[in-house]
Design a protein around this ligand. Structure first.
Ligand SMILES: *Cc1c(COP(=O)(O)O)cnc(C)c1O
Length: 391
């Protein structure tokens, strides 16, 4: 088959898989690969987890969809579980990350409206990525995603990620217009960029002092990825708003926007909605994913194996002159190179049976399933080291 009938938004590698189980994928020729991408931080409990397969299959035979004209039991269960795990209070369900962020941005507007702010501004970060809808694209940074899409909705101000002083200075300029700050705890698409320790805590303090909503985009960092259920839990804070998607359904599309305090009560009947959002299939998948993570201790496993992987990569790549930095938290790890290596992801797959992602041309991003074991840590280290040595 050729891809001639598809719009050319993607440049897929010449690889295609027909089957997956746990941390492994198999291609059409039956060749096995270790998956250190996990569908971009989506298949956190691994491929074809038997318990998830059984739950989805059963639900498909019972009921897929009824719409939000009726109450949906699985939606309420998933909302309760997410609020218990996060300390936030209420949930709105979407179908994707971008939609969850749109929901958060609408909450910010309503928050401003209630405070009598006529032209509300949301603070966002340099190099942020929040999605591809017009609204979330406006909140994102960089020509790679924005070029050609003028004019984008405005009402955002951008500051450098991790720089509290810069935020203090825009605050002085726009004190009465700012209503919220939207930030990724770790910037994923821009190459696993970490903020200095204490940044989120200071941000949280500033937001509560000013009455701004602290809105965390945990679409990539959430659901156990960084070694906590949510990355903000490393910092001992609770945001006003949080968005989730990727790992929540393990491949069944689902997004969620959570809120607490004033932000939890901003929507009223009719002010927001979604046809598919929170349908029985997606919410049952979400419930099952959370159960699996809990019962298999995958949050702790992500922390332990993540530390091991980070240490082993640092040891093994210490002498590689092309490696600029190795950083990460839990099983979200970036290896920044000085020079791009041509066809790196393809070579790793073809020659070493290892799937890795390369973002911004020269940052290897590792996002393996949270079920990773010690032997697989070594397989990743070996595959990455050998692929880099080849390049
Ligand atoms: C992937 C991602 C999004 C967008 O999610 P979609 O489901 O592709 O719309 C938004 N924010 C972050 C941090 C992401 O990683």
């Amino acid at each position: 088959m050729t891809a001639a009938c598809l719009m050319s938004t993607y440049q897929p590698l010449a690889l295609s898989f027909t089957r997956g189980l746990g941390t492994r994928l198999w291609d059409q020729d039956g060749r096995e690969y270790l998956d250190a991408v996990a569908g971009v931080a989506v298949t956190n409990v691994g491929h074809s987890h038997p318990r998830l397969v059984a739950a989805i299959s059963e639900q498909a035979g019972l009921l897929l969809h009824t719409s939000n004209l009726y109450s949906i039991d699985w939606q309420q269960r998933l909302a309760r579980k997410l609020t218990e795990l996060s300390g936030l209070e209420r949930v709105f369900f979407n179908n994707s990350g971008a939609e969850a962020n749109e929901t958060a941005l609408k909450l910010a507007r309503l928050h401003g409206w209630h405070r009598g702010v006529e032209a509300p501004l949301v603070v966002v970060m340099d190099n942020a990525f929040h999605g591809r809808t017009l609204g979330t694209l406006s909140a994102s940074d960089g020509p790679a995603v924005r070029l050609g899409f003028n004019r984008l909705p405005g009402d955002f101000i951008k500051v450098p990620f991790g720089d509290l002083a810069a935020l203090e200075s825009v605050q002085r300029l726009h004190a009465d217009r700012i209503v919220a700050v939207l930030v990724e705890p770790i910037q994923g698409e821009s190459g696993v960029q970490l903020a200095p320790p204490g940044y989120l805590k200071a941000l949280s303090r500033l937001c509560s002092r000013r009455g701004w909503l602290l809105m965390l985009d945990e679409i990539q960092t959430g659901i156990g990825r960084t070694g906590q259920w949510f990355a903000f839990q490393h910092e001992g804070i609770v945001p006003d708003v949080m968005t989730l998607a990727k790992g929540l359904g393990n491949g069944v599309p689902i997004g969620a926007c959570l809120a607490r305090g004033k932000a939890a009560g901003l929507f009223t009947p009719g002010s927001h909605g979604s046809t598919f959002g929170g349908n029985p299939l997606a919410c049952r998948a979400g419930c099952t994913v959370l159960e699996i993570i809990e019962e298999q201790g995958l949050v702790d496993n992500a922390r332990r194996q993540g530390e091991q992987l980070l240490n082993r990569l640092r040891a093994e790549l210490a002498d590689n002159p092309n490696v600029l930095a190795i950083r990460g938290q839990g099983l979200m790890i970036g290896i920044e190179l000085k020079q791009p290596v041509r066809d790196l992801a393809l070579c790793a797959a073809r020659d070493h049976g290892l799937l890795i992602n390369v973002t911004r041309g020269k940052i290897i991003r590792l996002l393996p399933p949270l079920t990773l074991d010690g032997r697989e840590v070594e397989m990743i280290v070996r595959g990455v080291a050998r692929s880099l040595a080849q390049g």
